[in-house]
Design a binder for this molecule. Sequence first.
Ligand code: LLP
Length: 419
Amino acid sequence: MTDFVYRNGRLHAEGVDLTRIAESVGTPVYVYAAGGIERRYREYADALAGTDAMVCYAMKANDNQAVLSLLRNLGAGADTVSEGEIRRALAAGFDPKKIVYSGVGKSADEMGFALSAGIGEFNVESDHEVDLLADVARQMGKRAKIAVRINPDVDPKTHAKITTGKKGNKFGIDFDQAMGVFKRAAAHPSLEPVGVASHIGSQITNLDPYRAAFSRMVDLVKALRAEGIAISVLDVGGGLGVGYTGEDPPSVADYVAVARDAAAEAGCKLVLEPGRRIVAEAGVLLTRVLFVKEGSAKTFVIVDGAMNDLIRPTLYEAHHPIVPITEPKPGTAKRRVDVVGPICESGDFFAKERELGPVGAGDILAITHAGAYGAVMASSYNARRLTPEVLVRGQQFSVVRPRPSYDELIGRDRVPDWV
Ligand code: LLP
């Protein structure tokens, strides 16, 4: 965790003492290190130097306009899955031609919006979607560039809820049906089939599933060419994992080498859609201890953050390291505790049976690796306000999404006069 280090006994994000942020913005709060996000994007860009390639950041991982702006400044494209994400990408100044629009269920309105924005590539996932997009484009007098997302039926060996490239997952088109869908697309004058796409899952920590998926994609590109369908883009999706529990995922360079080889063999431009790997480790969620409750069976550290702020432990049994922002003295004894939030569900926890140093009311904890799929998945369940976000660069920090007021939270509702 190189973006967050102890200095003079206090955890810092780059040059900023996290205590300062917790005190001035309050907790819970997400804190992102700008340099860490940029460094991880550059790992991709550097590994791809000299290759015809485009890195489309999967903004579902973290769609804050400030984060998007950092990546746009470095030349990134954006992988999007909704009109809202396309609008966010455009608002952050992304070149529409560098926007890829993925997703298993696009509405006609969303397609129309994307076409009018002039996005670069639609990744389509079903024969009906092909026909609908062809209709929408024809009515608008446009020609849509499409990649067909295939389901290569490989097991990425990750959590079931984020496995997307196995038979039986809702994503992509079965490999054996792909040729038919391409032919159907090629018959529509308003569609231009340019690519083969796949995304096999997320938090993948081994390159073998990628090798298997890419080789199926390359086979398909060759078969399509033999049928006269000229494919020029290989979109390999995202999914490269990070080390939440000290696991040792492959380096970006090693992963990119596998993708590059596939694109070279296919004679295609490479599109990559990394999300988590760019932002996860560059973010922490700060939360304050409210009480330590000694039960007869367990000790509960009750904090002010909850599953509405960071749902990954609840939803995926995900492990996020938790560290105090005041550096523990070497050799301090640890205790086994559950770190839980105030929400009225037993599923509301950040850690179970976790070894933690002594903590007391008022202490602030940092839940690390929280830059991806953290704030974006937050909700206002239990009428809790959405979690604010802070971006740090060097010695400075700014609130990049403020905590809404209670008036904003309640004022969104309307009570009809017939109630
Ligand atoms: N491309 C497509 C088409 C995707 O569906 C995804 C993620 C990505 C790229 C980026 O994958 P990444 O590089 O971030 O692994 N909420 C879950 C993760 C859901 C991932 C969904 N798709 C979690 O917190 O683990």
